[in-house]
Each structure stands twice: as C-alpha cells, then as structure tokens.
Ligand binder design. Structure first.
Ligand code: WTA
Length: 632
C-alpha cells in the first residue's frame, strides 16, 4: 500500500505497483500546473499530435460561451487516428479486434488495414456526392463497418450523425430530418441477443418522410432478404468491387473548428438536441483523457463495452483509442447472451487489459453470481472503468473484487455527450472511494452551487457547474445556438450547467447524485420526460401524460408513467400494456415504461406545468415538499 493521508469515509488506496506504473505519479503537481496555465497544459497535450498547421491561439474566449480552441490550426482527426501511425512501427499493430455475437467470427484490422478500409468507404461516399460539411446519418450495430463509416466521413470532412441502432423509425426520422442528411449508412440487420434487429427496414420506414436523403448504403451482415430500392439503395459489398472504391483517399485538411460530428441527446425540453463536436479540440481532449485516465500503454488491449451509437463509443471505442495508437476491442453482442460469461470469455480470449463499462451492466451481471466470471482467467485486466450513472457502492465492490481481483483500480468517469471527454475522474494513482468520480480532470474546476449561484458548503447538495472551458466541449447545438446559450450558460452566467446535482466531501471528492432536469437516465441512456410524454399522447387513448424515474435494481432508474385518458377510454391492464408497447415503438425499447398508471387528474402548477416532483414523492411515499404552487 502506498503512503496515505487521512481521508474521510471508505478509501481504496492504490498499490505500490499501480503507483509505480502510473503515468501521473504526482496528481497534485500536474493539476496545479494545468490550473495555473490552462492554455499551456492544452498546448503541450496538442503538441503530442500532428497538425498540418499549428494554432495561432490555444483558447479564444472572445465570443464566449462560443469558445474556440486551436484557432488558425489545420488538422484532421483521422490524420491522427490513422495516417500518422502509418509512418511508425504502429503501422502493423492491431487497431481493432472484433468478435461476432456467436463467437464464430473474428476480424482484426491493423492500422494499415484500417487505412485501406476507411479509404475505401470514403471513396464510395464521395462518389455518392457527399462533400465536406455534408451530414451523413449512420444507423448500425456493433460491427467494424460502423467504425469505417464514422472515420470515412471525418476523413473527407463530412459530418457524421450516428443514431443508436435501437431507436425506432420515428426517432430516426426526426434525427435525419433535423440534420438534413444526404446519405444514410446502415446494414441489413443486426444480431443482438439471439435475434435480428431490423435496421434496413427501419431506415425504409424512416425515409418515407425524409426528402433530403439521396442514397442509402447498406452493409451486408445477416444476409437476410430485404427490399432494395434500385435508385436509392446500394450494397456496400457490391460498390466495394468498383475501381473507385480503392484503398487510397486523401485526408481532407480541416480547420480545427470545423464540425466533426453531431450526436443527438435528450434534454429537458421537447426534441433531442444535436450536440456538435469539432475536429481540433475534441481530438486533443479525447486523446489526452484516455492517455491519462486509462494510462494507455503501447501493448494494451482496451475494451470500451459501450455502443458506438452513444458518445462513450464515439470518444472511447473509436477516436480516443486510435488517437493513442491503441488496440481497441469491439464485441457485437450483449453481456449475457447466450450465457452470462460472454464478456469474461472475451476478456480471457483476447487478453483484455482495460475494461470500461456501465454500472447497469455490472449490476445485471452481478445477479448471475460469481461462478460465471470465476470460470475465466481474468488476470490480464489491469484497470477497470465505469460510466453513465452513479455506481452504487455494492456494484463497485463486486466489480473490484470479483472482476478486478482487488488489483484493478476503477476509474469512475463522469462526463456527458456535451463534454466530449472525461470531466470528473480519477487517474490510476489516485485513492478511490466507491461511488465517487474523485476530482475534476486537469485544467478543470467544478463548483456546486445553490439556486442563486452561490457555492454550497462541503457535504451539501447543489447544481454541478464547471468553471473553465475545455477543448472537447460542445461548440453549439446544431441549428439552434440560442438553445445552446440558454440551456448551458444562462442559469449561472459564465459557468457551464451540467444538469446534474452533486455534492463535494471534505477531501474535495465529488459525488454525483443524478439529473436535476427532466432527463431520466435508464441504464445510462438519457431520455427526456417530454419525449416519453409526447409518445404517449400520440396514442389515441391518452389525453395527457407524465413520466417520472424511480429507482430500479438493474437499470438504475426505471420509467413510470401516469396517464389521463380521453373520453370513451377506460383503464385496463390491456391498455396499460398497449401503451408500454407504443412508447417502445415510437422511441425505442429502452424507453419502455416499467408501468403505466391511470389518473383522473395530474398534479399541476397554477400555470399548468405538470409537477413530476409531486408524482415522484407520492409514488415513493415521501413528503410532497413545497406544494404552494399546486393548483387547487
Ligand atoms: C450521467 C455519457 C455519475 C450524468 C458519458 C450525466 C454519470 C449523464 C457518470 C450524461 C458517472 C455519466 N457518475 N453519473 N461516472 N457518467 N453520468 O450524455 O447524469 O449519455 O449528466 O454521456 O450521465 O449522459 P450522456
């Protein structure tokens, strides 16, 4: 055990061995350096990557909150993910290892091969008329081609918009329409939990109302029969044979502030927000955070078990690992199919060194017992990670003891689609407390404030705010800059409002409590109450609806809804089931409510806003709090 200073609560100190290996041995010293010279810190990090032209200014805050980073610089994130490695002995190193759901297929790609595959896809989409700045929607499962598709867009300067493959046709359509995509890249179907997810057919449904889409590129995965529109739809494997689809494609020179991608996420109001990230700052932020937090070593095999459809997959399956020249592992299936040892089999088979996943997966696997992981040799693991929601101490301890054999520190990383990179996180040499993401990353300062914006005292709960800009920060909400300012920078001017509540303990460690806005975090997936409610109201039986989140053993939070029926409809179990199905169909199976209750009246403020807080308190048998604004 390393020398320890007295700390509050239950503390896990890093072993001498972990400290000896850690890249950051003196956390305080580096934090202090970055704090004193924010631009200097981020200039040093950026200098480890290649730029076609260096920046004039590291941080330009003259148009805050529209911050700009590395202004004047020319770069392309793909140059640093692929091109630069081809000049070194990483050329023949594996960039990606992939295993199919059934375990019978294994595909590997060196950086050299990655360049060929990405260039091929880039040439094909270029031939389809996609140009710099055009948006491309990607709707796929976890197969290598989703990585090629994302990087191919970035390589030619197109802006990708990945939509999670579990979203419904309606949700997909809304996102295609909002982004005005020209092209959709998808696959025939996707294998998941022993079933086929119909991706292409869902795209067909979505496109009935999306006039901007000119072409659909379809990757063959399941081999099932699907309808193909001869003018619009093209098989990827057929186009790949054409001379134009060769493995050489120049990487487009971009301004550091040029858009890289948009990614939709749920917010507190109405429709999902298109979060915009750019080539330069996002590249530096994801590179640097992954390097320090997961202490990437050249020989490491890194497994981020998220889906590329979420920001975690963007930053830490695709971009972060490749920027670091690491080997990333991707698994097509879920953790427990066909048996709950599927992940542990993969760890053993591929010698995974770092596993990064979500509390909901850990809680789910915990329920199957220790015998499953214990059947496998997990000794290759050196570090573990957690993301998506607060990890409850029992799950943390199980993960630490059963998976990490008490040898692997757990990096609990707090961040968001908007932040692009880890914001509150330990590094391996930092003492850990189960359930806390410890402290802000280098260069960042967090502050917990009350309604009036005053810092609360340690131990008290309040709004989590971030005080300093960071390179991977969202630049705006695509197409809605006013909403960007309003949502993140207005409640407490000059500070970023995260939308989470948190508290800080006397050691300066942060504890995230959960969302304070109308966002429900189900198994680490963000869903807006407004989205769920409008899905319900789109059903003929429902006049009004309210959705709340209540604690759930595996999902963290489960969705519970209350409906007021239209005249002529009566409450029944059958209707309740029908409404659950309806939400699942309109949004996604992840949004399916745990239960539907029928009320004669919803609690509302005098101004007509539904008081979800009151419904939540009632459902949990808790005091209703201040109800002075409740209508009679
Ligand atoms: C929650 C996922 C506690 C939080 C990267 C945040 C967390 C939202 C953690 C963002 C964590 C994420 N501990 N809560 N380690 N990580 N969250 O945009 O509520 O899908 O605001 O980004 O997830 O979710 P998003």
């Amino acid at each position: 055990m390393a020398k320890k200073k007295e700390m509050e609560g239950e503390v896990y100190y890093p072993s001498e061995q972990v400290v000896a290996q850690a890249r950051v041995k003196d956390w305080d010293a580096l934090a202090e350096k970055a704090d004193k010279d924010l631009e200097g810190f981020w200039a040093d990090e950026a200098s480890e990557l290649e730029w076609y032209k260096k920046w004039d200014k590291v941080l330009d805050d003259s148009k805050a909150p529209f911050f700009q980073w590395y202004t004047g610089a020319k770069v392309n994130i793909v140059h640093n993910c692929i091109d630069r490695h081809l000049k070194t002995n990483r050329k023949n190193k594996l960039a990606l290892i992939w295993e199919s759901e059934d375990g019978n297929e294994h595909r590997t790609f060196s950086y050299f091969a990655m360049n060929r595959e990405v260039s091929r896809m880039a040439n094909i989409i270029k031939a389809m008329g996609v140009r710099k700045g055009d948006r491309v929607t990607i709707y796929m499962g976890r197969i290598p081609e989703i990585v090629f598709a994302m990087l191919a867009c970035a390589k030619i300067g197109a802006v990708h918009s990945v939509v999670f493959g579990g979203f419904s046709a309606d949700a997909l359509q809304g996102r295609i329409e909002d982004s005005q995509s020209k092209l959709v890249i998808t696959q025939d179907g996707n294998f998941l939990n022993g079933k086929i997810v119909e991706l292409k057919r869902t795209v067909d449904d979505a496109l009935k109302k999306c006039p901007t889409v000119e072409n659909v590129l379809v990757v063959r995965r399941t081999g099932q029969d699907i309808p193909m529109d001869p003018l619009r739809d093209h098989w990827y494997h057929e186009l790949s044979k054409l001379p134009v689809a060769n493995g050489k494609c120049p990487t487009e020179e971009m301004d550091a502030e040029d858009p890289l991608y948009i990614l939709y996420t749920s917010g507190s109001t109405g429709k999902p927000k298109a979060i915009l990230h750019v080539h330069g700052g996002y590249m530096v932020g994801t590179y640097s955070t992954l390097k320090y937090v997961f202490d990437l070593q050249d020989e490491d095999r890194f497994w981020c078990a998220a889906d590329p459809g979420w920001v975690t997959g963007h930053s830490y399956i695709v971009y972060g690992p490749m920027l670091n020249g690491a080997t990333s592992f991707m698994f097509e299936g879920g953790p427990a199919y066909p048996y709950p040892n599927r992940w542990w089999q993969c760890v053993e088979r591929y010698g995974i060194n770092i596993l990064y996943t979500a509390p909901t997966a850990i809680r789910g696997l915990m329920r199957f017992g220790e015998a499953w992981p214990n059947k496998h040799d997990l000794s290759s693991l050196r570090l573990l990670g957690s993301v998506g929601e607060p990890i409850n101490p029992e799950a943390w301890k199980w993960y630490h003891r059963v998976i990490g054999k008490e040898q692997c520190p757990i990096m609990d990383t707090w961040w968001q689609t908007e932040t692009g990179m880890f914001m509150i996180t330990p590094t391996p040499s930092v003492p850990l407390k189960p359930g806390s993401g410890t402290r802000p990353f280098f260069g960042q300062q967090a502050e917990i404030v009350d309604e009036a914006g005053n810092p609360v005292k340690d131990g008290d709960e309040g709004y989590l705010t971030l005080k300093r800009p960071w390179p991977a920060m969202l630049r705006t909400i695509y197409g809605d800059p006013d909403r960007y300012v309003k949502q993140y920078w207005s409640k407490f001017p000059g500070r970023y409002l995260a939308g989470d509540s948190a508290r800080r303990d006397s050691d300066g460690y942060y504890w995230i409590i959960g969302r304070v806005d109308d966002v429900i975090n189900v198994s680490g997936h963000r869903l807006g109450t407004a989205e769920i409610e409008s899905a319900l109201v789109s059903h003929p039986a429902v006049a009004e609806a309210a959705a709340i989140g209540l604690p759930h053993e595996v999902k963290g939070t489960g969705i519970h809804v209350f409906c007021l029926l239209r005249a002529g409809f009566a409450p029944s179990d059958a209707l309740s089931e029908e409404l659950r199905q309806h939400v699942s169909k309109v949004i996604s199976p992840i949004a399916r409510p745990e239960d539907v209750k029928f009320l004669d009246k919803l609690p509302k403020t005098r101004s007509g806003k539904i008081m979800r807080r009151v419904l939540k308190a009632r459902a949990q048998g808790l005091p209703e709090g201040d109800v002075s604004t409740l209508e009679e």
